[in-house]
Design a protein around this ligand. Sequence first.
Ligand code: ARG
Length: 634
Amino acid sequence: LSSMDQLAKQVEGLSLDAIAEKYPNCYPAINPFDLYRAHLSNVLSELTGVDTKIIYPNLQWTQLDKGDFVLATPALRLKGKKFDELAKEWAEKFPENDPLFEKPIASGYFLSFFARTAPLVKAILPTILATGSDFGRNTFLGLRDPKDPSKGKKRIIVEFSSPNIAKPFHAGHLRSTIIGGFLANLYDAAGWEVTRMNYLGDWGKQYGLLALAFEKYGDEEALSKDPINHLFQLYVRINNDMAAEKEEIAKKKEAGEDITELEANSLDEQARRYFKKMTDRDEAALAQWKRFRDLSIVRYKKTYARLNINFDEYSGESQVSEEAMDKTAKLMEEKKICKEDNGAQLVDFAALVPGKEGKRLEKPLVRKRDGTALYLTRDISELLGRHEKYNFDKMIYVVAVQQDLHLKQLFKIIELLGFKDIADKCQHINFGMVKGMSTRKGTVKFLDDILRDVGDTMHDVMRKNETKYKQVEDPEQTADTLGISSVMVQDMTGKRINDYTFNMEAMTSFEGDTGPYLQYAHARVSSIRRKANLTDEEVAGADLSLLSETHAVNIVRLLAQWPDTVQNTLRTLEPCTVLSYLFKMTHALSSSYDHLQVVGSERELMKARMALYESARIVLGNGMRLLGLSPVDR
Ligand code: ARG
């Protein structure tokens, strides 16, 4: 029997499975705290006469100084009593000799519960050592029916990153990539079937223009070597040409010259015609464009791999077919959602949605006068297409706050089309701006440039400590990994909606709550294992009753909160929920080292402490990987 099985038998007289049956979302075999909640519900139910089912979901985990669990007495819905008196009364009546909990502390109408330390240590550490990288994952959550796995998993699409081909990869794309990668991992850890989708900006008149640029200035070799940069250069060049041309036409027009001919052959007009060929499925035009797209994707993939991201699908605006859009257009007409305005089609929300909401949604265009579709038009058909293809239970769009209105319009149109059920499954996860993002060589163009630059800076920082630098096996690689961690941790530190300033010096420092510091903490706890040189069996067989110091117990109490932290993150969908937890852990670890030496301690104590640090290493690593980081061992 596992340590948790034994504890369940001892305190509840039940198997873990029998306890799990009693409450929704109760999985004590993988989350030890669920047994604690089940037990506490029983004790409190006897005291208060309230049904355990009401108590259980109200036992909140909390900041460690306020206990391991806290109960707000009003949550139990007892009428006609003063809540602070109730709290006091229950604290007094709580059994003196409970096997899992100390007597609770009443403060105001709250009750704080502290777990007894010896049984907690024995429950938590063996569970972590046995489950390893699975500790914190709960794949039951994503099941359609937790009681019947044969009914399958819930499906989610996370759409993120979504850069525009031939245009700069800007801060918005960077944040979308980081946050989206994390959310995809999070749902994966909760057992959902996750589709990671990249919706490329790869369609529109500007891609006609790009093709013209390639005809004029293109270089096959440069294209195959570095497609992203080459296409960007072409794009910049042709846009300059176009601007110059426009200026010239304007001048001639002012001088009273006839400009009809000039305008008919302008780059702008040529681009329009080229793009028309693309939408008409002209084979040569499409083949050229597809080459640009495919080559760009090959490069993107390499860069995403550095961030541990692998997309399941590269969709994109170009993948939305004219037929699909015609179908949606008909439906919109039928439902009287759009109206004609000077030859164009628009959605007048004020006339469709009552009150302020309608006004706020404004009047977006869905067809231009020349019949071409727009960004919004494509998103509407794409959303419905994805639902048809994947029949998702949830879809998340990770897009900057600047597109709040766009996504509100999109979801509302889907609802007005008669698909409220689908609209309700969609969620926009937004985020604020990054200010001052530039590299040492100028403003940022591509993700690779950002990562290379931060990696270089990190390498300089590492070189400052010569002795330590010499110990690093592959400094280039380590600098790269630490650089990526720097960028990601800085991005994930605040709430998503907050803006932040891209600060190279601060993010690459080993001091403060930074990426390099987090990596350092992981490397340090990994090195203890190497130096102690104990086998897995020795660590697993340690006498855990030797861990009674405050520092040890505080680490254990934090470790016990990890599965609840992951569950809570599924509610907040904020990377900082995980990151704050990890930094709390690194602080607890760093203040413990002087008090809990491993190497140099007596053998049995060494094993016990190793079990503690090994568990901490596992949880730290699990948390970092959930965020998308690659933990380093040295
Ligand atoms: N490519 C767009 C941009 O760079 C982002 C796409 C967001 N996703 C969507 N389904 N509209 O602004």
